[in-house]
Design a protein around this ligand. Sequence first.
Ligand SMILES: Nc1ncnc2c1ncn2[C@@H]1O[C@H](COP(=O)(O)OP(=O)(O)O)[C@@H](O)[C@H]1O
Ligand SMILES: [Mg+2]
Length: 399
Amino acid sequence: MSTVQHPVEVDHVTKTFRRHHDRATSLKQFVAGGRRRTYDEFVALDDVSFNVRRGEVFGVVGHNGSGKSTMLKIMAGILHPNKGEVRVHERMSALLELGAGFHPELSGRENVFLNAALLGMTRKEITARYDEIVDFSGLDDDFLDTPVKTYSSGMYVRLAFSIAINVEPELLIIDEILAVGDIDFQRKCTERFLEFRNAGRTTVLVTHDMNSVRTMCDRAVWLDHGKLRGTGEPGEIVDGYTESMTGSTDRVAKLGSYREGSGELQFTAARMLVDGEPRRSLRTGDDLVLELELTATSPIDDPAVSVTVMTASGLMLSEPCTRDADIVLGRVDDRRALTVRLPDLALLPGEYQVHCTVSDARRHHIFDRVHSAVTFDVMAGTPLEQFGTVSLRPQWTVE
Ligand SMILES: Nc1ncnc2c1ncn2[C@@H]1O[C@H](COP(=O)(O)OP(=O)(O)O)[C@@H](O)[C@H]1O
Ligand SMILES: [Mg+2]
């Protein structure tokens, strides 16, 4: 009997994390230095096995916290399982969480060299590919000489994807990262990705976008609280997963049209209030209040919350953020409600939508972004204007 060697073999993998709690039970004890250090073991992956076959696009689906990123980090060799093993038989490059693998103080240029070296390229190979990597990323030369900590999340992704795909891996591992760049760049990535696939190379892909699982993947696996719920035909996996989601997490699943992010914090409610009442429409000149609720699955310090106000066709009008207003949320470890008031609304009649985003303080890492979390109509009000999107508050004088 001959055994086929698959590019990735996941063999009875169990991964546990220790979660530490620093606990001083009383102030006195705390002052006396008698704090107890306790921890519990958390099973992030529980006896998971599957193979990824050569040349396929393999999807990994599951709700937030189900162990997808942990699985990919084990494949990439960043984490090690407690039991079982993952065997990778191909030259791999991995596009994990935003900025993972980037050194914030180094310039873009230095990071290209550092990253490519980590992926196993020689200095000569990197130099030969450098222009192509930069070209593909579309970043300006000036930016390549500045530290990547000054980059926007979009710039991060451009550079990271460009490196990952241009080092000619045989196996590409992607953790839901593509949704962040702009449309043009996404199209470029998709094209390059299809080339990669058509060349018979292998991809493992985590995504929340069930349409891409259906259309792009050859097979998929479903993780649920660290356990394998199924492996197989993408359509069946997606159906099973979606059914389980709509059954259990009603309120969250109904919020917005599409969501992305790593999930430590999630929006569990978002609505518009006018004069203290939930509403779906208002008038130019009204005060709009957005009421948001966040729920933590693990504690996060000082997240940033922003609301992106857009026209129905997707033109971004404004993106107020707690950071810009110097609002500090502190540690969020349970539920947190917040509101943002947009007084004397300048929007003219039309349909609008609001995306809600919660990210780390530097706005690099997205915990949750809910697209079209709130949609509303604006009707004619004050000032009364006929055309356009916003009122610029005109003040006419006639001599
Ligand atoms: N380094 C870590 N220490 C402790 N817990 C962790 C660590 N990394 C992940 N976890 C926990 O393991 C679970 C699975 O996380 P993850 O693999 O990121 O899930 P997913 O990518 O499916 O959202 C989550 O509950 C997460 O909080
Ligand atoms: Mg993840």
